[in-house]
Design a protein around this ligand. Structure first.
Ligand code: SF4
Length: 354
């Protein structure tokens, strides 16, 4: 299948399904010995539902990866979840607030890589260079599921086959450096899926790949999601990928979710000036062609320490007006789960003099 950007995506919001993961009012603060604390993520609310994909989109430095890593508590040592909750409610189990679990505690280790898995842009962040692919995947299943080595190897071979690695049984004995970039990515996906996670977090997993391999990996993830029924949180700065894979999208700017809704609603009628700028940064011809990365919009994302008290987008917004630098816009509900934070949405229109 070609990876053609669909501006009218296929996915739709399933309002009836119970979320499996709910991030509520979460703020993440970075501390440094020399400077004041920096709020890198501000009161974020996100929910993931089984079988659906939520894309987190925005330029670099907007807090997407920090938000995603917080779910598995993989934040740097100087980062702290200062407020809010991350409620994980696997089917048939009691809900647990991941934000409150102790680092390296047993419940957190049981969730990581088992019930919630993560894949990265660079497969070598999860694959060990000194162990074969097969041994690494086998180990996931012997540790988390108590499988015997022989059973684990059979499952590993089946999984490598399922993610499209040809000659799976022989390739299981290969070291990561013996595989091409695309096959390494597939091996990492196989490892992430080894324990049939209920949530998969994908942090720019196709960014480093060539266009054809990107398309294949996206197809594979969609297929595996249908097979496994997992919820997916997909981080990208590529609107084409969002249209291709996601049901819902949350647009982040400087730590704030500035707009969120079904991909259909947000792409059809973006309400926040940042989303509008992202959308209009796609050349019109390219909308019909291959996937397109966000071309930079005017200016750059300021450092979190320079964020104004009010709307984070003030310094780059062509519509900024009097309350924007000082008053943070409230979340405006636009219906059907679509919402945005912008003063323009609540401004009472001023009548032009006759
Ligand atoms: Fe622009 Fe003001 Fe809206 Fe922020 S609140 S996006 S600065 S108009």
């Amino acid at each position: 299948m070609g990876c053609v950007m669909r501006l009218i995506p296929m996915g739709g919001k399933n309002m009836t399904q119970k979320p499996i993961l709910s991030i509520a009012d979460m703020s993440i603060v970075f501390s440094s010995p020399d400077e004041a604390d920096i709020e890198a993520v501000r009161q974020v609310d996100l929910t993931l539902t089984p079988g659906k994909t939520l894309a987190l989109v925005g330029e670099s430095g907007c807090g997407k990866s920090v938000t995603a890593r917080a779910v598995l508590r993989l934040l740097d040592k100087n980062a702290l979840i200062q407020r809010g909750s991350i409620t994980f409610e696997p089917k048939g189990e009691k809900p647990v607030d991941i934000a409150k679990l102790k680092q390296d505690s047993l419940p957190l280790r049981a969730i990581r890589g088992n019930q919630i898995s993560m894949i990265f842009q660079e497969p070598m962040s999860s694959l060990s260079p000194v162990h074969t692919i097969g041994d690494q995947i086998d180990e996931m299943m012997t540790i988390h599921e108590g499988l015997k080595p022989k059973q684990a190897r059979e499952r590993t071979v089946a999984l490598l086959d399922q993610v499209g690695i040809p000659g799976a049984r022989e390739r299981a004995d290969a070291y990561p450096f013996q595989l091409s970039g695309g096959l390494r990515q597939r091996a990492m996906i196989a490892m992430a899926l080894a324990c049939k996670p209920q949530v998969l977090i994908a942090d720019e997993p196709t960014t480093a790949l060539d266009v054809t391999t990107q398309a294949q990996i996206l197809d594979l993830l969609r297929q595996l999601q249908a097979d496994f029924g997992m919820a997916m949180l997909f981080i990208t700065h590529d609107l084409g990928v969002v249209a291709e894979i996601a049901d819902e999208v949350a647009v982040m700017y400087l730590g704030d979710v500035v707009e969120q809704g079904s991909v259909f609603d947000v792409f059809a009628a973006p309400k926040h000036p940042y989303t509008q700028a992202l959308m209009s940064s796609i050349p019109k011809m390219a909308r019909k062609a291959d996937r397109v990365r966000l071309s930079p919009i005017k200016g750059t994302v300021p450092a979190p320490k320079d964020r104004p008290e009010g709307c984070a987008f003030t310094s780059r917004c062509p519509h900024a007006f009097e309350p924007c630098p000082t008053i943070r816009p409230a979340r405006t509900d636009l219906g059907n789960g679509h919402h945005a934070r912008c003063h323009l949405l609540t401004r009472v229109p001023v009548e032009e003099p006759a």
